[in-house]
Design a protein around this ligand. Structure first.
Ligand code: DCP
Ligand code: MG
Length: 422
Protein backbone atom coordinates (compact mmCIF):
# COMPACT_ATOMS: atom_id res chain seq x y z
CA UNK A 1 0.00 0.00 0.00
CA UNK A 2 1.22 3.52 -0.79
CA UNK A 3 2.14 5.35 2.40
CA UNK A 4 -0.02 8.33 3.35
CA UNK A 5 1.11 11.59 1.82
CA UNK A 6 2.75 13.66 4.58
CA UNK A 7 3.94 17.14 3.66
CA UNK A 8 5.66 19.50 6.08
CA UNK A 9 5.86 23.27 5.98
CA UNK A 10 8.69 24.71 8.05
CA UNK A 11 8.95 28.41 8.84
CA UNK A 12 11.63 30.09 10.95
CA UNK A 13 10.41 32.03 13.99
CA UNK A 14 10.74 35.85 13.86
CA UNK A 15 13.59 35.16 11.46
CA UNK A 16 15.40 38.51 10.99
CA UNK A 17 14.90 39.42 14.64
CA UNK A 18 16.06 36.03 15.95
CA UNK A 19 19.26 36.42 13.91
CA UNK A 20 19.98 39.70 15.73
CA UNK A 21 19.39 37.98 19.08
CA UNK A 22 22.17 35.51 18.24
CA UNK A 23 24.55 38.44 17.97
CA UNK A 24 23.11 40.28 20.95
CA UNK A 25 21.90 37.57 23.39
CA UNK A 26 21.50 40.28 26.05
CA UNK A 27 18.32 41.31 24.19
CA UNK A 28 16.62 37.91 24.62
CA UNK A 29 13.09 38.25 25.94
CA UNK A 30 12.97 41.98 25.19
CA UNK A 31 10.77 43.62 22.57
CA UNK A 32 12.98 44.07 19.48
CA UNK A 33 11.86 45.22 16.05
CA UNK A 34 13.73 45.09 12.77
CA UNK A 35 13.13 47.77 10.19
CA UNK A 36 13.54 51.25 8.94
CA UNK A 37 16.58 52.54 7.14
CA UNK A 38 20.08 52.64 8.60
CA UNK A 39 20.30 55.21 11.39
CA UNK A 40 23.08 57.04 13.17
CA UNK A 41 22.45 54.96 16.29
CA UNK A 42 23.00 51.75 14.28
CA UNK A 43 26.28 53.06 12.93
CA UNK A 44 27.44 53.83 16.46
CA UNK A 45 26.45 50.36 17.62
CA UNK A 46 28.18 48.67 14.70
CA UNK A 47 31.28 50.81 15.13
CA UNK A 48 31.48 49.64 18.75
CA UNK A 49 31.48 45.98 17.74
CA UNK A 50 35.05 45.39 16.57
CA UNK A 51 36.32 46.94 19.80
CA UNK A 52 33.76 45.43 22.12
CA UNK A 53 32.30 41.97 22.11
CA UNK A 54 28.73 42.63 20.87
CA UNK A 55 27.45 40.47 23.70
CA UNK A 56 28.72 43.00 26.22
CA UNK A 57 27.17 46.11 24.72
CA UNK A 58 24.83 47.30 27.49
CA UNK A 59 21.12 47.04 26.72
CA UNK A 60 20.84 50.77 27.48
CA UNK A 61 23.08 51.56 24.48
CA UNK A 62 20.62 50.17 21.94
CA UNK A 63 18.41 52.57 19.95
CA UNK A 64 14.75 52.66 20.97
CA UNK A 65 11.64 52.87 18.84
CA UNK A 66 10.49 56.02 20.65
CA UNK A 67 13.58 57.86 19.34
CA UNK A 68 13.05 56.68 15.79
CA UNK A 69 12.39 59.37 13.24
CA UNK A 70 11.31 58.67 9.71
CA UNK A 71 8.63 56.73 7.92
CA UNK A 72 9.72 53.15 7.33
CA UNK A 73 7.86 49.96 8.20
CA UNK A 74 8.58 47.10 10.54
CA UNK A 75 10.07 44.09 8.80
CA UNK A 76 9.55 41.77 11.73
CA UNK A 77 9.41 41.77 15.52
CA UNK A 78 10.35 39.41 18.33
CA UNK A 79 7.51 37.59 20.05
CA UNK A 80 8.03 39.84 23.09
CA UNK A 81 7.32 42.86 20.85
CA UNK A 82 4.32 41.15 19.24
CA UNK A 83 2.62 41.09 22.65
CA UNK A 84 2.26 44.84 22.26
CA UNK A 85 0.43 44.35 18.98
CA UNK A 86 3.45 45.06 16.77
CA UNK A 87 3.84 43.06 13.56
CA UNK A 88 5.32 42.90 10.05
CA UNK A 89 4.49 45.75 7.66
CA UNK A 90 3.31 48.07 10.46
CA UNK A 91 4.52 51.66 10.24
CA UNK A 92 7.37 52.52 12.61
CA UNK A 93 5.44 55.46 14.03
CA UNK A 94 2.45 53.34 14.94
CA UNK A 95 4.71 50.68 16.44
CA UNK A 96 6.48 53.36 18.51
CA UNK A 97 3.14 54.37 20.01
CA UNK A 98 2.35 50.75 20.90
CA UNK A 99 5.76 49.98 22.43
CA UNK A 100 8.08 53.00 22.73
CA UNK A 101 10.66 51.02 24.72
CA UNK A 102 11.18 48.42 21.95
CA UNK A 103 14.73 48.21 20.62
CA UNK A 104 15.04 48.84 16.90
CA UNK A 105 17.75 47.30 14.74
CA UNK A 106 18.47 47.20 10.99
CA UNK A 107 18.40 44.05 8.85
CA UNK A 108 21.72 42.36 8.23
CA UNK A 109 21.14 40.73 4.85
CA UNK A 110 24.49 38.91 4.82
CA UNK A 111 23.59 37.19 8.08
CA UNK A 112 20.07 36.48 6.83
CA UNK A 113 21.48 34.76 3.73
CA UNK A 114 24.01 32.82 5.81
CA UNK A 115 21.38 31.46 8.22
CA UNK A 116 18.92 30.83 5.40
CA UNK A 117 21.47 28.60 3.68
CA UNK A 118 22.46 26.92 6.94
CA UNK A 119 18.99 25.89 8.06
CA UNK A 120 18.12 24.60 4.58
CA UNK A 121 21.29 22.53 4.27
CA UNK A 122 20.57 21.08 7.73
CA UNK A 123 17.16 19.91 6.53
CA UNK A 124 18.62 18.43 3.34
CA UNK A 125 20.92 16.20 5.37
CA UNK A 126 17.83 14.61 6.93
CA UNK A 127 15.13 14.84 4.25
CA UNK A 128 16.16 15.17 0.60
CA UNK A 129 12.84 16.32 -0.88
CA UNK A 130 12.77 19.99 0.08
CA UNK A 131 11.19 22.89 -1.77
CA UNK A 132 12.75 26.29 -1.14
CA UNK A 133 9.99 28.86 -0.69
CA UNK A 134 12.07 31.88 0.12
CA UNK A 135 14.30 33.19 2.81
CA UNK A 136 12.76 31.50 5.85
CA UNK A 137 10.37 28.80 4.71
CA UNK A 138 10.40 25.44 2.94
CA UNK A 139 8.14 22.51 2.19
CA UNK A 140 9.47 19.04 2.89
CA UNK A 141 7.97 15.79 1.61
CA UNK A 142 8.00 13.44 4.63
CA UNK A 143 6.11 10.65 2.84
CA UNK A 144 9.02 8.34 2.06
CA UNK A 145 11.61 9.60 4.55
CA UNK A 146 12.46 6.97 7.19
CA UNK A 147 10.38 7.83 10.27
CA UNK A 148 8.35 10.37 8.28
CA UNK A 149 5.09 8.59 9.01
CA UNK A 150 5.61 8.12 12.76
CA UNK A 151 3.04 10.00 14.84
CA UNK A 152 1.80 11.61 11.64
CA UNK A 153 5.19 13.22 11.05
CA UNK A 154 5.77 14.59 14.54
CA UNK A 155 8.88 12.47 15.19
CA UNK A 156 10.67 13.66 12.06
CA UNK A 157 9.50 17.24 12.59
CA UNK A 158 10.99 17.18 16.09
CA UNK A 159 14.26 15.73 14.77
CA UNK A 160 14.56 18.45 12.11
CA UNK A 161 13.66 21.19 14.58
CA UNK A 162 16.36 19.97 16.96
CA UNK A 163 18.98 19.71 14.20
CA UNK A 164 18.23 23.27 13.05
CA UNK A 165 18.51 24.66 16.55
CA UNK A 166 21.80 22.81 17.07
CA UNK A 167 23.22 24.10 13.78
CA UNK A 168 21.98 27.68 13.97
CA UNK A 169 20.77 28.50 17.47
CA UNK A 170 17.41 29.45 15.90
CA UNK A 171 13.94 28.01 16.36
CA UNK A 172 11.32 27.20 13.76
CA UNK A 173 7.77 25.95 13.56
CA UNK A 174 6.56 22.98 11.56
CA UNK A 175 3.16 21.89 10.29
CA UNK A 176 2.71 18.40 8.87
CA UNK A 177 -0.41 17.66 6.84
CA UNK A 178 -1.68 15.71 3.80
CA UNK A 179 -0.66 18.53 1.43
CA UNK A 180 1.12 21.87 1.10
CA UNK A 181 -2.01 23.96 1.55
CA UNK A 182 -2.83 22.46 4.96
CA UNK A 183 0.81 22.19 6.04
CA UNK A 184 1.28 25.94 5.45
CA UNK A 185 -1.67 26.71 7.71
CA UNK A 186 -0.59 24.14 10.29
CA UNK A 187 2.91 25.61 10.70
CA UNK A 188 1.29 28.72 12.18
CA UNK A 189 -0.81 26.88 14.74
CA UNK A 190 1.88 26.53 17.42
CA UNK A 191 4.33 29.34 16.67
CA UNK A 192 6.99 29.86 17.95
CA UNK A 193 9.00 26.63 18.25
CA UNK A 194 5.91 24.51 17.71
CA UNK A 195 4.83 21.44 15.80
CA UNK A 196 1.33 20.86 14.58
CA UNK A 197 0.02 17.70 12.96
CA UNK A 198 -3.06 17.84 10.75
CA UNK A 199 -4.83 14.82 9.28
CA UNK A 200 -7.52 14.76 6.63
CA UNK A 201 -10.17 14.20 9.29
CA UNK A 202 -9.12 17.40 11.10
CA UNK A 203 -10.55 19.54 8.31
CA UNK A 204 -13.76 20.33 10.13
CA UNK A 205 -12.25 20.81 13.58
CA UNK A 206 -9.00 22.63 12.80
CA UNK A 207 -9.35 24.26 9.38
CA UNK A 208 -12.97 25.24 8.92
CA UNK A 209 -13.08 27.59 11.95
CA UNK A 210 -10.21 29.67 10.47
CA UNK A 211 -10.84 32.85 8.52
CA UNK A 212 -10.59 32.61 4.72
CA UNK A 213 -7.56 34.91 4.84
CA UNK A 214 -5.54 32.01 6.28
CA UNK A 215 -5.65 30.32 2.89
CA UNK A 216 -2.41 31.01 1.05
CA UNK A 217 -3.69 32.75 -2.09
CA UNK A 218 -6.70 34.55 -0.63
CA UNK A 219 -5.45 38.11 -0.32
CA UNK A 220 -7.06 41.14 1.31
CA UNK A 221 -9.19 42.00 -1.74
CA UNK A 222 -10.68 38.54 -2.21
CA UNK A 223 -11.21 38.30 1.54
CA UNK A 224 -13.10 41.58 1.53
CA UNK A 225 -15.30 40.40 -1.31
CA UNK A 226 -15.98 37.12 0.50
CA UNK A 227 -16.92 39.08 3.62
CA UNK A 228 -19.47 41.14 1.66
CA UNK A 229 -21.00 37.82 0.59
CA UNK A 230 -21.25 36.85 4.27
CA UNK A 231 -18.41 34.33 4.05
CA UNK A 232 -15.89 34.74 6.88
CA UNK A 233 -14.57 31.27 7.70
CA UNK A 234 -13.16 28.49 5.55
CA UNK A 235 -16.09 26.34 6.72
CA UNK A 236 -18.52 28.91 5.35
CA UNK A 237 -16.55 28.93 2.11
CA UNK A 238 -16.71 25.12 1.94
CA UNK A 239 -20.48 25.25 2.36
CA UNK A 240 -20.95 27.36 -0.77
CA UNK A 241 -22.05 25.81 -3.99
CA UNK A 242 -19.07 25.85 -6.39
CA UNK A 243 -21.28 27.40 -9.07
CA UNK A 244 -21.99 30.34 -6.75
CA UNK A 245 -18.25 30.93 -6.19
CA UNK A 246 -17.62 30.61 -9.94
CA UNK A 247 -20.36 33.16 -10.64
CA UNK A 248 -18.80 35.59 -8.18
CA UNK A 249 -15.07 35.04 -8.76
CA UNK A 250 -14.80 33.55 -12.23
CA UNK A 251 -14.31 29.99 -13.37
CA UNK A 252 -10.76 29.26 -12.28
CA UNK A 253 -10.65 31.20 -9.00
CA UNK A 254 -14.14 30.08 -7.94
CA UNK A 255 -13.36 26.41 -8.55
CA UNK A 256 -10.00 26.80 -6.79
CA UNK A 257 -11.66 28.38 -3.74
CA UNK A 258 -14.02 25.44 -3.44
CA UNK A 259 -11.18 22.93 -3.65
CA UNK A 260 -8.99 24.63 -1.05
CA UNK A 261 -11.89 25.12 1.36
CA UNK A 262 -12.27 21.32 1.25
CA UNK A 263 -8.54 20.98 2.01
CA UNK A 264 -7.67 19.59 -1.41
CA UNK A 265 -4.32 20.33 -3.00
CA UNK A 266 -2.13 17.94 -4.97
CA UNK A 267 0.75 20.24 -5.87
CA UNK A 268 4.01 18.30 -5.60
CA UNK A 269 6.99 19.34 -3.48
CA UNK A 270 9.43 20.67 -6.08
CA UNK A 271 13.04 20.16 -5.10
CA UNK A 272 15.34 23.11 -4.98
CA UNK A 273 17.61 21.93 -7.77
CA UNK A 274 15.03 23.71 -9.90
CA UNK A 275 15.13 27.51 -9.78
CA UNK A 276 12.19 29.00 -7.88
CA UNK A 277 12.07 32.06 -10.08
CA UNK A 278 13.98 34.12 -12.61
CA UNK A 279 14.03 37.86 -12.75
CA UNK A 280 15.43 40.90 -14.43
CA UNK A 281 15.54 44.30 -12.87
CA UNK A 282 17.11 47.66 -13.46
CA UNK A 283 17.81 50.74 -11.37
CA UNK A 284 17.28 53.89 -13.42
CA UNK A 285 19.99 56.46 -13.93
CA UNK A 286 17.56 59.07 -12.64
CA UNK A 287 14.21 58.52 -10.88
CA UNK A 288 11.38 58.23 -13.39
CA UNK A 289 7.76 59.25 -13.12
CA UNK A 290 5.07 56.90 -14.43
CA UNK A 291 3.22 59.63 -16.29
CA UNK A 292 5.89 62.18 -17.20
CA UNK A 293 8.42 59.52 -18.24
CA UNK A 294 5.91 57.08 -19.63
CA UNK A 295 7.69 56.45 -22.92
CA UNK A 296 11.10 55.83 -21.35
CA UNK A 297 9.58 53.63 -18.67
CA UNK A 298 7.55 51.67 -21.22
CA UNK A 299 10.65 50.96 -23.32
CA UNK A 300 12.63 49.78 -20.28
CA UNK A 301 9.70 47.61 -19.18
CA UNK A 302 9.46 45.92 -22.60
CA UNK A 303 13.22 45.40 -22.68
CA UNK A 304 13.13 43.71 -19.25
CA UNK A 305 10.33 41.40 -20.41
CA UNK A 306 12.26 40.52 -23.58
CA UNK A 307 15.36 39.70 -21.56
CA UNK A 308 13.38 37.62 -19.10
CA UNK A 309 11.78 35.67 -21.96
CA UNK A 310 15.27 35.04 -23.35
CA UNK A 311 16.50 33.83 -19.93
CA UNK A 312 13.57 31.42 -19.74
CA UNK A 313 14.16 30.14 -23.26
CA UNK A 314 17.90 29.74 -22.72
CA UNK A 315 17.41 27.72 -19.54
CA UNK A 316 14.40 25.84 -20.96
CA UNK A 317 11.70 27.00 -18.55
CA UNK A 318 8.17 28.31 -18.85
CA UNK A 319 6.46 30.27 -16.09
CA UNK A 320 2.98 30.28 -14.63
CA UNK A 321 3.39 33.37 -12.46
CA UNK A 322 4.55 36.75 -13.68
CA UNK A 323 5.30 39.51 -11.24
CA UNK A 324 6.75 42.97 -11.06
CA UNK A 325 8.69 44.92 -8.47
CA UNK A 326 9.05 48.65 -8.05
CA UNK A 327 11.21 50.66 -5.79
CA UNK A 328 9.93 54.17 -5.16
CA UNK A 329 12.21 57.16 -4.67
CA UNK A 330 11.73 56.77 -0.89
CA UNK A 331 13.18 53.24 -1.20
CA UNK A 332 9.94 51.50 -0.42
CA UNK A 333 9.26 48.41 -2.46
CA UNK A 334 5.99 47.24 -3.94
CA UNK A 335 5.36 43.96 -5.71
CA UNK A 336 2.41 42.45 -7.54
CA UNK A 337 2.05 39.16 -9.32
CA UNK A 338 -0.46 37.24 -11.31
CA UNK A 339 -0.82 33.53 -11.89
CA UNK A 340 -1.93 32.20 -15.25
CA UNK A 341 -3.75 28.98 -16.01
CA UNK A 342 -1.13 27.99 -18.54
CA UNK A 343 2.64 28.36 -18.76
CA UNK A 344 4.36 30.93 -20.86
CA UNK A 345 7.83 31.88 -22.06
CA UNK A 346 6.57 34.36 -24.59
CA UNK A 347 7.89 37.93 -24.28
CA UNK A 348 4.62 39.51 -25.43
CA UNK A 349 2.54 37.54 -22.93
CA UNK A 350 4.97 38.35 -20.15
CA UNK A 351 4.79 42.04 -21.08
CA UNK A 352 0.99 41.93 -21.14
CA UNK A 353 0.64 40.24 -17.74
CA UNK A 354 3.36 42.40 -16.18
CA UNK A 355 1.51 45.44 -17.55
CA UNK A 356 -1.67 44.29 -15.78
CA UNK A 357 0.30 43.90 -12.55
CA UNK A 358 1.62 47.43 -12.96
CA UNK A 359 -1.94 48.76 -13.20
CA UNK A 360 -2.57 47.45 -9.66
CA UNK A 361 0.22 49.53 -8.09
CA UNK A 362 -0.08 53.16 -7.05
CA UNK A 363 2.16 55.18 -9.37
CA UNK A 364 1.99 58.60 -7.77
CA UNK A 365 5.62 58.70 -6.67
CA UNK A 366 8.79 58.61 -8.73
CA UNK A 367 10.42 55.26 -9.34
CA UNK A 368 14.03 54.19 -8.83
CA UNK A 369 13.84 50.62 -9.98
CA UNK A 370 11.68 48.31 -12.02
CA UNK A 371 11.85 44.51 -12.09
CA UNK A 372 10.00 41.69 -13.83
CA UNK A 373 9.92 38.20 -12.42
CA UNK A 374 8.82 34.78 -13.66
CA UNK A 375 7.89 32.19 -11.03
CA UNK A 376 6.12 28.82 -10.71
CA UNK A 377 8.56 27.52 -13.28
CA UNK A 378 8.31 24.26 -15.17
CA UNK A 379 10.84 22.72 -17.57
CA UNK A 380 9.39 23.52 -20.97
CA UNK A 381 10.09 19.96 -22.14
CA UNK A 382 7.62 18.71 -19.52
CA UNK A 383 4.96 20.89 -21.01
CA UNK A 384 4.94 19.39 -24.48
CA UNK A 385 2.10 17.09 -23.44
CA UNK A 386 -0.07 20.02 -22.49
CA UNK A 387 -2.15 21.16 -25.42
CA UNK A 388 -1.51 24.43 -27.23
CA UNK A 389 -4.74 25.88 -25.97
CA UNK A 390 -3.67 25.60 -22.34
CA UNK A 391 -0.30 27.19 -22.76
CA UNK A 392 1.04 30.43 -24.05
CA UNK A 393 -2.13 32.37 -23.60
CA UNK A 394 -3.73 34.48 -20.96
CA UNK A 395 -5.97 32.21 -19.00
CA UNK A 396 -9.25 32.40 -17.18
CA UNK A 397 -7.53 32.57 -13.83
CA UNK A 398 -5.42 35.51 -14.93
CA UNK A 399 -8.42 37.29 -16.34
CA UNK A 400 -10.43 36.55 -13.19
CA UNK A 401 -7.67 37.88 -11.06
CA UNK A 402 -7.37 41.01 -13.12
CA UNK A 403 -11.12 41.58 -12.79
CA UNK A 404 -11.15 40.96 -9.08
CA UNK A 405 -7.82 42.72 -8.60
CA UNK A 406 -7.16 39.89 -6.18
CA UNK A 407 -3.61 40.53 -5.19
CA UNK A 408 -1.42 38.18 -3.26
CA UNK A 409 -0.51 39.75 0.07
CA UNK A 410 1.97 42.36 -0.87
CA UNK A 411 5.26 42.70 0.84
CA UNK A 412 6.13 46.32 1.18
CA UNK A 413 9.17 46.98 3.25
CA UNK A 414 12.19 49.20 3.19
CA UNK A 415 14.18 46.12 2.42
CA UNK A 416 12.41 42.83 2.04
CA UNK A 417 13.90 39.38 1.53
CA UNK A 418 12.22 39.49 -1.84
CA UNK A 419 14.39 42.45 -2.59
CA UNK A 420 17.50 40.39 -2.20
CA UNK A 421 16.16 37.24 -3.76
CA UNK A 422 14.11 38.81 -6.48
N1 DCP B 1 9.71 40.07 6.01
C1 DCP B 1 9.83 41.22 5.24
N2 DCP B 1 8.71 41.95 4.92
C2 DCP B 1 7.49 41.56 5.35
C3 DCP B 1 7.36 40.37 6.10
C4 DCP B 1 8.51 39.65 6.41
O1 DCP B 1 10.93 41.60 4.86
N3 DCP B 1 6.41 42.29 5.06
C5 DCP B 1 10.94 39.31 6.37
C6 DCP B 1 11.25 39.42 7.83
C7 DCP B 1 10.95 38.09 8.42
C8 DCP B 1 11.13 37.14 7.23
O2 DCP B 1 10.82 37.92 6.09
O3 DCP B 1 11.80 37.81 9.51
C9 DCP B 1 10.25 35.93 7.31
O4 DCP B 1 8.88 36.30 7.25
P1 DCP B 1 7.80 35.60 8.14
O5 DCP B 1 6.48 36.05 7.61
O6 DCP B 1 8.05 34.14 8.24
O7 DCP B 1 7.97 36.30 9.57
P2 DCP B 1 8.94 35.93 10.76
O8 DCP B 1 9.81 34.78 10.46
O9 DCP B 1 9.66 37.17 11.16
O10 DCP B 1 7.93 35.61 11.94
P3 DCP B 1 7.10 34.26 12.19
O11 DCP B 1 7.63 33.71 13.47
O12 DCP B 1 5.68 34.72 12.31
O13 DCP B 1 7.33 33.36 11.02
MG1 MG C 1 8.99 33.03 9.73
Amino acid sequence: MRPLRRIAHLDMDAFFASIELLRYPQLKGLPVVIGGGRRKADEALLAAQPARDPRFIPVADFPLLKDYVGRGVITTATYAARQFGIGSAMGMMKAARLCPQAIVLPVDFDEVRKYSRLFKSTILEIAPLMEDRGVDEVYIDFTDVPGGQREGGRVLARLIQKAITEATGLTCSVGVAPNKLLAKMASEFNKPNGISIVHEEDLQGKIWPLTCRKINGIGPKADEKLATLGIQTIGELAAQDPSFLIAKFGKATGAWMHEVAWGRDDRPVVTSSEPVSMSRETTFERDLHAVRDKAALGAIFTELCNKLAMDLARKGYAAKTIGIKLRYDDFRIATRDQTLDGYTMDAKTIRQVAGQCLKRIPLDKKLRLLGVRAATLEKSEHLSKISEKDTFQLSNRAADQANNAQAAPERVANESPGDQLF
